[in-house]
Design a protein around this ligand. Structure first.
Ligand code: IFM
Length: 472
């Protein structure tokens, strides 16, 4: 039987994006690490498309906000690029043009009655700080990040209700240090990756502490990509592997952000193996007391985990993979364009975990979405893209989310990834994610079928669906 899947009043509806993936590099005095990667190795990028123009948001933001309004958004997330706002990283001196641009974004959002969530770091470390200090391996960079945050709060602190310190911080050690799929493309740097995890947690806590000391009226949180680790079987070996994976990939940020402490079992293993991060008691005390007001969860896919068959291969240099191995579960649903499993029920599992184990802290889905390659295949003669697969994807995830809300999980919003097609790092524009199509040659925008569906969803604050007919 079909039912109306209804959401709470004042629910945040909208989508997320980021500065480096949308703006284009106009007027930016510094490169971030993604700019650097493209400028030195363009062949690593799909069709050799880089971030220099991206979706031209630097110029198109008035039109983009109007379109977002048109498809029912009451909120939108983007990020302030450190490499645009700051002229001198050591002193925190602001670049006036950068400051003006972000003020225009804030004004435009306000004009359209769209609540802006502003994030401070979306994989976009200034490249000079990698060259000079080793990037997030350095605690000096942590302190420079606090100076950048201070400039943001001084400029815009009274105008913004929702701040976030980092987006998907785990991707930085994972992609940059362990497996090499983001710049600086290191592989096998397990020990360094553990220090990066710690330093980013410290940076987040220091920024939260600064924010509180400034007595601003908004809230501050962090955005984590949570990938629940489901074990292959109930054997002790598989259960241990999934527990380790959970602790490393999810809880090494979740626990400090919400409880102010690192997962004890993870710390014990890292200590035993001689790869525990360098920390001081004063830093740990600061992390303990500087926890978030709210949490953003980016959910795309789960991890399927089993015991590692060849731990000896990951001992020298030390890699966490000696404790687990990921595998593709037979017969699972896959988004083959991205290589990610589609498993909507995980959104419910995450929601209940937050409710039961993290004090039911206020949280929202800060990203969820489906990227598809060659989306032009689904265009009608007038260019209208009929992306029904995206609508189905959203409906199913939203239905699981709503079930969790009905069962008491304290979720206050849902942001899709993304509003208008944007640049996705080295995948560039291969997979399109937006409600609004972007023609890269003309930069023209056109709302897709999913955009009109989103408008209906937001108008009705729900949709008709029968989750029980879906068997996971
Ligand atoms: O494009 C990314 C975004 O920067 C972080 N979350 C996942 C998205 C899709 O791959």
């Amino acid at each position: 039987m079909e039912k109306f899947v209804e959401f709470p009043e004042n629910f945040l509806w909208g989508a997320a994006s980021s500065g480096p993936q949308t703006e284009g590099n106009y007027g930016k005095a510094h490169e971030n690490v993604m700019d650097r990667w493209f400028h030195t190795k363009p062949e690593d990028f799909f069709d050799q498309v880089g971030p220099d123009i991206a979706s031209d948001f630097y110029h198109t933001y008035p039109e983009d906000f109007a379109l977002m309004k048109k498809i029912g958004f009451n909120s939108f997330r983007t990020s302030i690029q450190w490499s645009r706002l700051i002229k001198d990283f050591e002193t925190g001196e602001v670049d006036p043009d950068g400051a003006k641009f972000y003020q225009s974004i804030i004004d435009e959002a306000k004009k359209n009655n769209i609540t802006l969530i502003l994030n401070l770091h979306h994989f976009d470390l200034p490249a000079e700080l990698l060259d000079e200090y080793g990037g997030w391996e350095s605690k000096h960079v942590v302190d420079l990040f606090v100076k950048f945050a201070k400039a943001c709060f001084e400029l815009y602190g009274n105008q913004i209700e929702y701040w976030t310190t980092f987006n998907e911080p785990m991707v930085i050690p994972e992609a940059g240090y362990l497996y090499g799929f983001h710049y600086p493309n290191y592989k096998g740097k397990g020990k360094e990756a553990m220090q990066v995890i710690y330093n980013i947690n410290l940076a987040s806590a220091k920024v939260i502490s600064l924010y509180r000391s400034m007595n601003l009226k908004g809230k501050i949180g962090i955005i984590l990509n949570l990938t629940p680790a489901y074990p292959r079987s109930n054997s002790q070996e598989d259960l241990d592997a999934s527990e380790f994976t959970e602790n490393l990939f999810n809880r090494s940020f979740l626990e400090p952000a919400i409880k102010g402490e690192f997962p004890k079992k993870l710390v014990e293993v890292l200590d035993k193996d001689g790869v525990l991060w360098e920390s001081s008691q004063a830093e740990l005390d600061l992390i303990k007391k500087s926890t978030v007001d709210y949490l953003g969860v980016n959910y795309y896919h789960p991890k399927r985990v089993k015991a590692q068959d060849h731990p000896e291969q990951f001992k020298e240099p030390w890699m966490p993979d000696q404790y687990f191995e990921e595998y593709e579960m037979p017969n699972c649903r896959m988004n083959k364009y991205r290589g990610w499993e589609i498993y909507p029920k995980a959104i419910y599992d995450i929601a209940m975990d937050i409710k039961n184990n993290y004090g039911n802290i206020p949280w929202y889905i800060s990203e969820n979405g489906m990227g598809v390659e060659g989306e032009q295949r689904f265009a009608q003669v007038d260019g209208f893209i009929e992306d029904d697969y995206r609508i189905d994807f959203y409906k199913e995830h939203l239905a699981w989310l709503q079930k969790a809300i009905k069962e008491g999980s304290n979720c206050f919003g849902y942001h899709a990834w993304t509003a208008f097609d944007c640049w996705s790092w080295n995948n560039a524009y291969k997979n399109r994610y937006g409600f609004i199509a972007v023609d890269l040659k003309t930069q023209q925008r056109k709302i897709k079928k999913s955009g009109y569906w989103y408008l209906d969803l937001t108008k009705n604050n729900g949709f008709v669906y029968d989750l029980e007919q879906k068997v996971e």
